[in-house]
Design a protein around this ligand. Structure first.
Ligand code: ANZ
Ligand code: ZN
Length: 882
C-alpha cells in the first residue's frame, strides 16, 4: 500500500475491476428482495453539471447502501434524448441533431463512469433510438383504439414571418426569438391524450404515496384541481341554445346580475357577426396570454354582447357580456357572475357599472354594520371592499343566504343541495365535478422527436399505421433552417399509401412531446432488450421503482405524466402496479455566489468564480473581489442556483480531474442533506479531500506492520478498548438509520469523521488493541463505501478482504458493545491519590467533576478549602488543586 492517497489511479483501477466483474448487472432470477433505485435520466445537453452530479450521487449512495443490505439492486441509466436544444444546436453549429445528441451521450457517459456510479449499463437506453420510440408509437395506437387519444384544434404560438410554430421558450416578450416578429395565436389541429379520464384516480391515489414529500403531493392535487359544483342553463333571447355555466357557488345564484362568456364562446362569435366592435374585441383577446399568473394580474376587460339571458330560478333578464377573464377551456366557457361575492365579478361590475346584489352573509348584523360604517348609510348596494369580500369568501362554509327567497337562512352546504335539487327538478341543471386538469396535448411541430404514427387518407380519413409497419422512423436527411416544418418539407417522408385502401396518402408530420418518452422509460429499463413487446414480465418484477430521485422542478408534469402512463399501461395489461414510484426524494438545488460588473449599457455581465480573485476572511466571507484579467473590482451578487445565465456554475470535470471522484461525491453528500440546497464552497472540497487522506493514512499506519495477529478477544477488552468499541457501535446505529430512513448522508459522514478522530487518539498496539482498531477501520470503510466507493474498495482490500466491497455486507451492530460499563477513575488532591470513583462510561466532564467533589474521602482532604484548579483526564483521573 502506498503511503499517500492517489485518487485517479486508484479510481481507474477499481472501476476497471468492477467492469470486468459485472457486479452491477442485475438479473431477475435471484431469491433476494429486489430494490429498484432510479435517478431521473438526463437530457444529453453536452456535459454534466453539478445538479446532475448531486442527483446521481444520491441515487448511487442509496443503491450501494441497499446492495450492502443484501438486496438485489437495479440502478439503470439512459438518455432523454429528443428535444428542441438538439435542433437549435444543429442550426447554430451545422451538426445533425442525431450526431450532436449521440456525441453528447458519449461524453456524458464517460463522465458518469468516471464518477463511479454503479449503473447496469447493459440496460442503457436512448429515447431517440427507434427501438425505444417504436413501442411508444405502438402504445399510442393502443390508446387510439381505446378512444383515449383524440384530435382537436388548439392554439399554438405562430410566427407569421418564419411560418413556423414556436415553443413557449422561443417566444421572447411576445416576439419570435429569430426574427422578432410579433407572435400570434394560431389554432391548429393537434393530438391529445385523455388524461382527464384518469383525473379522479390520479388525485385519490396520491393518498397511496406516503413515501412522497407532502409538498409534491399537494402540488399535484392542486394541479389536478378537483372541484364540486353545478352546471346550469341560462336561456337566451334570440339565441338558439341556452348558455350552460359552471359554478362552484350555486348558493349565490340569486345574486347573479350578469352572465359572462369567453371570447371563443359560440354566442360571442354569433354576436361578432353583426357587430364590428365585438369582432375587434374578440380579435384582441387572441393576443392575450392564458397562463394562470397572467390571468390573475391582467386587466379585466369586456363588452356587452347585446343578448339577454333568463335567470333559471327567478326568470329575471340579465345581460350577457363577453369577458377576457372567462376561459373557453375551463368548465363550460361561461360563468354566472355574482359581483357581490366574487372578486373578479366585482371588479368587472364596478368597471362597467353593472348591478351588485348581496345574497349571502355571515355573522349577519355585525358585518352589515361594519359595512355601513365604512360606506355610509345611504349606499345603494352592499358594496364590498376587497377586505370584506375576502372575509366572506374565505369561510364560505359559515355563510347564510339572504335576499334569496325560499333559500333564505340556509348555510352553504344546505343551499348548495337545495338549489342543485331545484335546478335538477326544473331540468335546468345538475351537479358536476370539474377538474382544472386539461387533456395533454402531445403534438409538436418539430423535427427531433418521435413521429406520430398516423396517416391521412382523402377517402378513409385518419388511419393508424399498422403495427408491423412500426417504427415510423425519423428520416435523417432534413433541412433545418427554422423557417418551416422539416418533416412536412421532406421530399419523401410525408408521402405514403393508405393502409386501408392503398391510395396515395399523407403521413402525420408532427412529432411527440418529449414528455411522452420520459413517462415510461423507468418501465422499459426492466425490458430494455425486448424487441417483441413494449414490456415483458421483467417489468412486473422490478416495478414499482422503490426510490426515485429527481429535481423538484419535475414535481408536477413529469411525475403526473409518469403516473398517468403507469395507469394506462396497467389497463393495457402491461404492468400490475398502480403507481410508478414508491418513494420520492426531491433533491435541493446547488447554489453558488454570483459576480458581476455593469457594462456601458447598464447590463449586468456575470463572471465565473474561476475568473475572479477573491479574498476571504477566516469565516469565508468575501472581503474583496477583483477580475483576474485586469484587476477591476467586481460586485458580489446573490447566492443563486447554478446556471449558465448567472455564469456561476462549477464544472464537475475540473474537480474530478483535480481531486478524484470520491472527493466530489463526499463533498456533495457532506455539505447538506439531500433535500436542501447545497451552497458551493471550494474550501469544503479541500476539506473533503483532506478527510480522505486522513482516513487513508490511518489504514496505512495500521496495515504497514501487517494485519493484526489475532481476532478480537471480547472477554479481555481493556476499558479504553471498550470505550472505542462503544463509540463505534453507537455510530453504526446512527449511520444505519441515517442511510436507511432519514437519508441524511451528511450526518452519517460526520459520525465517521468523529470515529477517525477517535482512532487518531487510540494508541494501543497490544494484540487486542490492534484487533479493535481493525474492527473500527473495517466498519468505517464499509459505512463509507456507498459514498466513496473507490477508496473504500482499495482500503477494504488492504484490510485483508479480497471480495468486492460492492457486495460486502453492511456491518452488524454488536449489542454487547453498546452496554454502558462503569469506569474506574482515580481522584488526586494536590497530586496525591485520595479516592476512587466508579463512573458511567458516558458520563460528561461536569458529571465526573461533581462526583469527584462529592466523594467522602476526597472531601476530607479538601477540608473546605476553595478549589483552585480541577483537571479531568477522561476515563482516567481527576486532579484537584487546592
Ligand atoms: C359563481 C361564483 C360566485 C363563483 C362566487 C365563484 C364565487 P374552481 O373552484 O377553480 O373550479 N368559473 C367557472 N368557469 C370559468 C371559466 N371558464 N373561466 C373563468 N372562471 C370560471 O372555480 C369555479 C368558479 O370559477 C366558478 O364558480 C365560476 O365562478 C368560475 F361567489 O360561479 B363561480
Ligand atoms: Zn384510404
Amino acid at each position: 500500500m502506498e503511503e499517500h492517497y492517489k485518487p485517479s489511479a486508484i479510481e481507474q483501477k477499481v472501476q476497471a475491476d468492477w467492469e470486468k466483474s459485472g457486479v452491477f448487472t442485475a438479473s431477475e432470477d435471484t431469491g433476494k428482495e429486489k430494490y429498484y433505485c432510479l435517478s431521473m435520466f438526463p437530457y444529453p445537453s453536452g456535459k454534466l453539471h453539478m445538479g446532475h452530479v448531486r442527483n446521481y450521487t444520491i441515487g448511487d449512495v442509496i443503491s450501494r447502501f441497499q446492495r450492502m443490505q443484501g438486496k438485489h439492486v437495479l440502478q439503470p441509466m439512459g438518455w432523454d434524448a429528443f428535444g428542441l436544444p438538439a435542433e437549435n444546436a444543429a442550426m447554430q453549429n451545422k451538426v445533425h441533431p442525431a450526431d450532436w445528441t449521440y456525441s453528447n451521450i458519449d461524453y456524458m457517459r464517460d463522465q458518469l463512469k468516471r464518477l463511479g456510479f454503479g449503473y447496469d449499463w447493459s440496460r442503457e437506453l436512448a429515447t431517440c433510438d427507434p427501438s425505444y420510440y417504436r413501442w411508444e408509437q405502438w402504445f399510442f395506437l393502443r390508446l387510439l383504439e381505446k378512444g383515449l387519444v383524440y384530435k382537436k384544434t388548439a392554439p399554438v404560438n405562430w410566427c407569421p414571418h418564419d411560418q413556423t410554430v414556436l415553443a413557449n421558450e422561443q417566444v421572447i416578450d411576445g416576439c419570435c426569438w429569430r426574427c422578432d416578429t410579433q407572435v400570434e395565436k394560431k389554432e391548429i389541429s393537434q393530438w391529445f391524450l385523455k388524461i382527464t379520464a384518469y383525473a379522479d384516480e390520479l388525485l385519490t391515489s396520491l393518498d397511496k404515496l406516503p413515501g412522497w414529500p407532502e409538498q409534491v403531493r399537494t402540488m399535484q392535487a392542486n394541479w389536478i384541481g378537483r372541484s364540486e359544483g353545478v352546471e346550469m342553463d341560462f336561456a337566451v333571447d334570440g339565441f338558439d341554445a341556452p348558455i350552460r355555466i359552471y359554478t362552484t357557488r350555486p348558493d349565490t345564484v340569486m345574486g347573479v346580475t350578469y352572465v359572462a362568456v369567453a371570447a371563443e364562446h359560440p354566442l360571442a362569435l354569433k354576436a361578432a357577426e353583426s357587430n364590428a366592435d365585438i369582432a375587434t374585441f374578440i380579435e384582441s383577446c387572441k393576443l392575450m396570454e392564458t397562463s394562470e399568473a397572467a390571468m390573475e394580474t391582467m386587466e379585466k376587460r369586456g363588452i356587452a354582447s347585446g343578448y339577454n339571458a333568463i335567470h333559471p330560478l327567478t326568470g329575471e333578464s340579465v345581460p350577457v357580456w363577453i369577458a377576457n377573464f372567462v376561459l373557453m377551456s375551463y368548465g363550460t366557457g361561461a360563468v354566472m357572475s355574482v359581483p357581490a361575492h366574487d372578486q373578479r365579478d366585482y371588479e368587472f361590475a364596478k368597471k362597467y357599472g353593472l348591478p351588485i346584489k348581496q345574497v349571502i352573509t355571515n355573522g349577519i348584523s355585525v358585518l352589515r354594520q361594519r359595512q355601513q360604517d365604512f360606506l355610509g348609510p345611504d349606499y345603494e348596494y352592499y358594496d364590498f371592499s376587497v377586505e370584506f369580500w375576502k372575509a366572506w369568501y374565505s369561510d364560505k362554509q359559515e355563510t347564510v343566504c339572504i335576499n334569496s327567497g325560499e333559500f333564505d337562512g340556509l348555510n352553504f352546504k344546505l343551499a348548495f343541495d337545495a338549489i342543485a335539487a331545484k335546478l335538477a327538478g326544473l331540468g335546468k341543471g345538475e351537479r358536476k365535478t370539474n377538474f382544472r386538469l386539461r387533456d395533454w396535448g402531445v403534438s409538436r411541430q418539430r423535427y427531433w422527436g418521435a413521429p406520430i404514427p398516423v396517416i391521412y387518407c382523402d377517402d378513409c380519413g385518419t388511419v393508424p399505421v399498422q403495427d408491423d409497419q412500426l417504427p415510423v422512423t425519423l428520416p435523417r436527411d432534413v433541412v433545418l433552417d427554422g423557417s418551416q416544418s422539416p418533416l412536412a418539407a421532406h421530399p419523401t417522408f410525408p408521402h405514403t399509401t393508405c393502409p386501408k385502401c392503398g391510395k396515395p396518402a399523407r403521413r402525420e408530420t408532427d412529432t411527440f412531446d418529449t414528455f411522452m418518452e420520459s413517462s415510461w422509460y423507468f418501465a422499459r429499463y426492466a425490458s430494455q432488450d425486448c424487441d417483441t413487446a413494449m414490456l415483458d414480465q421483467r417489468a412486473n418484477y422490478w416495478l414499482p421503482v422503490d426510490h426515485y430521485i429527481g429535481g423538484i422542478e419535475h414535481a408536477i408534469l413529469h411525475l403526473l405524466y409518469a403516473r398517468f402512463f403507469t395507469k394506462l399501461m396497467r389497463d393495457e395489461g402491461l404492468v400490475v402496479c398502480d403507481e410508478p414510484f414508491k418513494n420520492l426524494l426531491t433533491q435541493g438545488m446547488v447554489i453558488a455566489e454570483t459576480f458581476y460588473q455593469i457594462d456601458d449599457h447598464g447590463h449586468k455581465r456575470y463572471f465565473n468564480l474561476t475568473q475572479i480573485d477573491v479574498e476571504r476572511d477566516a469565516k469565508g466571507k468575501i472581503i474583496s473581489a477583483k477580475l483576474l484579467e485586469d484587476g477591476s473590482p467586481v460586485t458580489v451578487g446573490a447566492v443563486e442556483k447554478m446556471s449558465k445565465s448567472k455564469n456561476n456554475g462549477v464544472d464537475p470535470q475540473v474537480l474530478i480531474d483535480k481531486y478524484g471522484a470520491d472527493t466530489v461525491r463526499l463533498y456533495t453528500m457532506f455539505t447538506s442533506p439531500p433535500d436542501q440546497s447545497l451552497e458551493w464552497n471550494d474550501a469544503g472540497v479541500e476539506g473533503a479531500f483532506r478527510f480522505l487522506k486522513r482516513l487513508w493514512r490511518q489504514v496505512y499506519l495500521h496495515v504497514e506492520v501487517g494485519l493484526p495477529e489475532q481476532t478480537l478477544d471480547k472477554a479481555t477488552l481493556s476499558d479504553h478498548q471498550k470505550v472505542l468499541r462503544r463509540q463505534l457501535h453507537q455510530a453504526l446505529q446512527k449511520v444505519t438509520d441515517d442511510m436507511a430512513r432519514r437519508h441524511t448522508f451528511n450526518t452519517a459522514i460526520a459520525a465517521n469523521m468523529e470515529l477517525v478522530n477517535a482512532l487518531n487518539k487510540f494508541d494501543d498496539d497490544s494484540a487486542n488493541g490492534r484487533a479493535t482498531r481493525q474492527e473500527v477501520l473495517e466498519a468505517i470503510v464499509l459505512m463509507l463505501a456507498p459514498i466513496i466507493p473507490h477508496a473504500a474498495q482499495e482500503l477494504w482490500n488492504e484490510l485483508g478482504h479480497d471480495d468486492d466491497i460492492v457486495v460486502a455486507a453492511w456491518p452488524a451492530i454488536d449489542e454487547s458493545a453498546l452496554q454502558q460499563d462503569a469506569i474506574e477513575m482515580v481522584v488526586q488532591v494536590n497530586g496525591k491519590l485520595r479516592g476512587k470513583l466508579s463512573v458511567a462510561a458516558t458520563a460528561s466532564k461536569e458529571q465526573v467533576e461533581a462526583l469527584a467533589l462529592a466523594d467522602e474521602n476526597v472531601q476530607r482532604y479538601l477540608e473546605g478549602k476553595p478549589v483552585k484548579k480541577l483537571i479531568v483526564v477522561p476515563q482516567k483521573l481527576v486532579n484537584i488543586v487546592v
